[in-house]
Design a protein around this ligand. Structure first.
Ligand code: ADP
Ligand code: MG
Length: 408
């Protein structure tokens, strides 16, 4: 990828400091399905930032830890002591994922200059709500970056979101920085769609300046489908592989219509969401609706898949297409592998070409991890990487906290 965009201002970093470096990016999203690891070679500085994805892989969470992550992300009680322990233990899990990835990539960690770790979100309140008498927004990602830096000897940057939230932003989405660098086109308006647990879009009008980019979470992506599959199989299955179950169900349009009345879909951007809204309480409501419509499990999983696609299309029709000409939709995230989801999306977005992010050199499962490698590189060079028009922040922020590798 070679970019030619004046995205950010350099702050006191000499040209030599922008020499190529190998950077690892670690990502675990709302699905908590595993840790995606990307290795990128990055050099230069905007307007001539040079970044190439060299390799990517992923590793699983130990099952008991995954259960605990999901429990905590559902806002179930946890003591301060247990939270502290979970933070450090996850730091170790992330460090192990990075080490395993280096082995797979056949590269010594000593050759890697920097690592960016998103961490595991366990709470996200992007929009301020009243707390002890004052409007307060906050976001919390855990997986202690100091532990990662110490275990693998690579300077690690974590905690990317709070810097944006502290400036009044939602702290999300952050991927628009990478989306802009990857997908901006002088002539084509593009939307980047990531189908993780939650679906988010970045809108990049033709020839856009950074300030013309906007982005938001459209609603659920895999979170609803995954929860239903896990519920109906009593945890034996985690997701509907290749839509095998949904393909056998009935569509039940009336039930889809009821789901489309979700007030989140009408909320104007900037907006972001997560398990706090699309969590167990929401799933219980969907299950109750399913019972009322006499839906079989496969019907409900099909309905959830259709609803997910329609909620993304609705966001585009409601908030994007009336004011921006869009020719292409570039899709990444695990949901890109769900054929029913993709077919429904294509049907609802006639006239827009749908492309996998792989056609831009970044495989669907590696996009977000790559983005955090890129943001770590920018932070290391003291450059901002939030996109205020996407998050709603008052200004630009140099994101994250740097945990230096121990001296040799
Ligand atoms: N072959 C597939 N068929 C259907 N769904 C898939 C497939 N592969 C991945 N997924 C979905 O993608 C999800 C993971 O996507 P990911 O982008 O990692 O999300 P997150 O960022 O929330 O971790 C899985 O939980 C699953 O629902
Ligand atoms: Mg994932």
């Amino acid at each position: 990828m070679r970019t030619n965009v004046g995205f950010s201002r350099r702050i006191g970093v000499s040209e030599a400091d922008n020499a190529c470096m190998l950077v690892l990016g670690l990502m675990s999203g709302t699905s908590a399905d595993g840790i995606d690891v990307a290795l990128a070679r990055i050099g230069g500085a905007p307007p001539r930032l040079n970044a190439k994805l060299l390799a990517h892989t992923s590793s699983k969470f130990p099952p008991a830890l995954r259960k605990e992550i999901l429990r905590v992300a559902e806002q179930q009680p946890i003591s301060a002591g247990e939270l502290s322990q979970l933070n450090f233990r996850l730091g170790e899990v992330f460090a192990n994922a990075a080490l395993a990835a280096c082995k797979t990539f056949r590269i010594s960690p000593r050759k890697v200059a920097l690592l960016g770790s998103h961490g595991q979100t366990i709470f996200h309140q992007g929009r301020a709500v009243r707390y002890f008498g004052r409007p307060t927004a906050s976001t919390l990602q855990i997986g202690e970056p100091s532990v990662i830096a110490a275990r693998i000897g690579i300077t690690t940057i974590g905690d990317f979101r709070p810097g944006d939230t502290a400036l009044g932003g939602q702290g999300a989405p952050l991927v628009p920085y990478a989306d802009y660098l990857l997908y901006r086109d002088v002539q084509l308006g593009r939307v980047s769609l990531n189908l993780g647990g939650i679906a988010n879009i970045t809108v990049i009008p033709a020839g856009a300046k950074p300030s013309q980019v906007f982005a938001f979470d459209t609603g659920p992506a895999n979170i609803l489908i995954d929860a239903l599959v896990s519920y109906f199989t009593r945890g034996r299955k985690r997701f509907d592989q290749n839509a095998a179950v949904a393909q056998t169900g009935r569509s039940l349009p009336a039930l889809v219509d009821e789901l489309m009345r979700d007030p989140y879909l009408r909320l104007a951007p900037p907006k972001s969401t997560g398990r706090e809204y699309y969590g167990q309480a929401y799933i219980q409501k969907v299950l109750a609706l399913g019972r009322r419509h006499r839906a079989y499990p496969a019907d409900l999983i099909r309905v959830a898949t259709i609803f997910t696609a329609l909620s993304v299309a609705d966001a585009l029709h409601r908030f994007v297409l009336p004011k921006t000409k869009i020719r292409q939709l570039v899709v990444s995230g695990g949901g890109a592998k769900n054929p029913l989801l993709m077919a429904q999306l294509a049907a609802a977005l006639g006239g827009i070409e749908i492309l996998p992010s792989a056609s831009f050199g970044i495989p669907e499962e590696a996009k977000e991890a790559f983005a955090f490698a890129l943001m770590a590189y920018e932070t290391f060079h003291q450059r901002p990487s939030n996109v205020p028009s996407a998050t709603g922040a008052r200004g630009r922020a140099i994101l994250g906290k740097i945990c230096y590798a121990p001296p040799l």
